[in-house]
Write a protein that binds this ligand. Structure first.
Ligand SMILES: NC(=O)c1ccc[n+]([C@@H]2O[C@H](COP(=O)([O-])OP(=O)(O)OC[C@H]3O[C@@H](n4cnc5c(N)ncnc54)[C@H](O)[C@@H]3O)[C@@H](O)[C@H]2O)c1
Ligand SMILES: CC(C)(O)[C@@H](O)C(=O)O
Ligand SMILES: [Mg+2]
Ligand SMILES: [Mg+2]
Length: 348
């Protein structure tokens, strides 16, 4: 494992150079990897493993959209696609990729099939860290670990097809066979991770829940909405407000940040913009810090996990979710965005 320096702090990282795909294939050659659930991560991880020559099967409820999607993606009923229980029975590695709430409901069935020596794989530290709320407590004679891609399953698949790799966190919670580390590393490489960063279950879930509620998803929509509204109230047109709030960020400036960092993006803007951004960023930091503190505290107390369990376990959670997503989609800002996107030359 390589020790790399991150801004002055040394951390353990598994690189593809030290753990190439051939090694992953060798480690997994006698395993049946059962991907349980075919939602967002399921397809990305199952297809990448299949293309990487791993013996992978999918477990999914029959008569569901996800079953049909698995068939359309090339999984064959009775050969590589099974009802959940059958896949649990056949798998030696159980990749538990149902939604975090559904994992609670299916846990008794999963547990029943966790015979000694099998491995239980998660892509989130949720079920184990909040075990008092989820009831997920694995038997002592199975390996338990996680590989958590730091991005959407859609990106995991897309980047794999572009010969790129999404970074993932990995952690071992329980090493019953003495081979947990080797198994989890092989799986991390097989699902198409770029680099594997070591963490533990609790740190993974705390940072992940904070990040997605914060800058990655919640906060970003919040500041977009706030700026857009102020521009609109001051007489700017929807297209002007959208371009100056979202389109320029995603199309022009964030790709520069991704390539070379914030200072480089700043350096490629006018001195006028630089002056203003350098003056204002700390005020935005100071204004939002208390909210981030509150968010982290809520995560650490288990409140965010409980809220997610409560709302996503309801039978009508999909309809409720769809109604909230529709509200976003139908907002003036995102309707303006739809028109702006249609004007991108590559979309014509
Ligand atoms: N979505 C992502 O890109 C992403 C990224 C990193 C980690 N994760 C983690 O990966 C795991 C899977 O997440 P996901 O977003 O792919 O899940 P998802 O919400 O897409 O659901 C996955 C599957 O669960 C099935 N499911 C939902 N409710 C069910 C129920 N009551 N009974 C049976 N099946 C049910 C769905 O049909 C679907 O096939 C979670 O632990 C999540 O936190 C997800
Ligand atoms: C893709 C995300 C936000 O990183 C993941 O954490 C999720 O829960 O979907
Ligand atoms: Mg998450
Ligand atoms: Mg995440």
């Amino acid at each position: 494992m390589a020790k790399l320096n991150f801004g002055g702090v040394e951390e353990n990282v598994v690189t593809r150079e030290e753990f190439p795909l051939e090694k992953a294939q060798e480690v997994l050659k006698n395993e049946v990897v059962a991907v349980i659930g075919y939602g967002v991560q399921g397809p990305g991880q199952a297809l990448n493993q299949k293309d990487n020559g791993i013996n992978v099967i999918v477990g999914q409820r029959k008569n569901s959209k996800s079953w049909d999607k698995a068939v359309a993606d090339g999984f064959v009923p009775g050969e590589t696609l099974f009802e959940i229980e059958e896949a649990l029975e056949k798998g030696t590695v159980i990749c538990y990729l149902l939604s975090d709430a559904a994992q609670i409901e299916y846990w008794p069935k999963v547990k029943q099939h966790l015979t000694p020596g099998k491995a239980l794989y998660f892509s989130h530290g949720f079920g184990i860290t909040f075990s008092e709320r989820t009831g997920i407590v694995p038997p002592a004679d199975v390996d338990v670990f996680l590989v958590a891609p730091k991005g959407s399953g859609t990106s995991l698949r897309r980047m794999f097809l572009q010969d790129r790799g999404l970074n993932s966190s990995f952690a071992v919670y329980q090493d019953a066979t003495g081979k947990a580390r080797e198994r989890v590393t092989a799986l991390g490489i097989a699902i198409g991770s770029g680099y594997l960063f070591e963490t533990d279950f609790k740190k993974e879930v705390y940072s992940d829940l904070a990040g997605e509620r914060g800058t990655l998803m919640g906060a970003v929509q919040g500041i977009f909405a706030a700026q857009y509204d102020v521009l609109r109230k001051n007489g700017h047109s929807p297209s002007e407000a959208f371009n100056e709030t979202v389109e320029e960020l995603t199309q022009s400036l964030m790709p520069l940040v991704a390539e070379n960092g914030m200072d480089w993006m700043y350096a490629n803007c006018s001195t006028t913009a630089q002056r203003g951004a350098l003056d204002w960023w700390k005020r935005f930091r100071d204004a939002t810090s208390p909210l981030f503190e509150e968010l982290y505290d809520n995560v650490a107390k288990g409140n965010e996990a409980q809220r997610s369990i409560d709302s996503n376990s309801k039978p009508d959670y999909r309809e409720k979710l769809e109604a909230e997503l529709t509200e976003l989609r139908e907002s003036e800002m995102w309707k303006a965005g739809k028109t702006v996107r249609s004007l991108r030359p590559e979309n014509n």
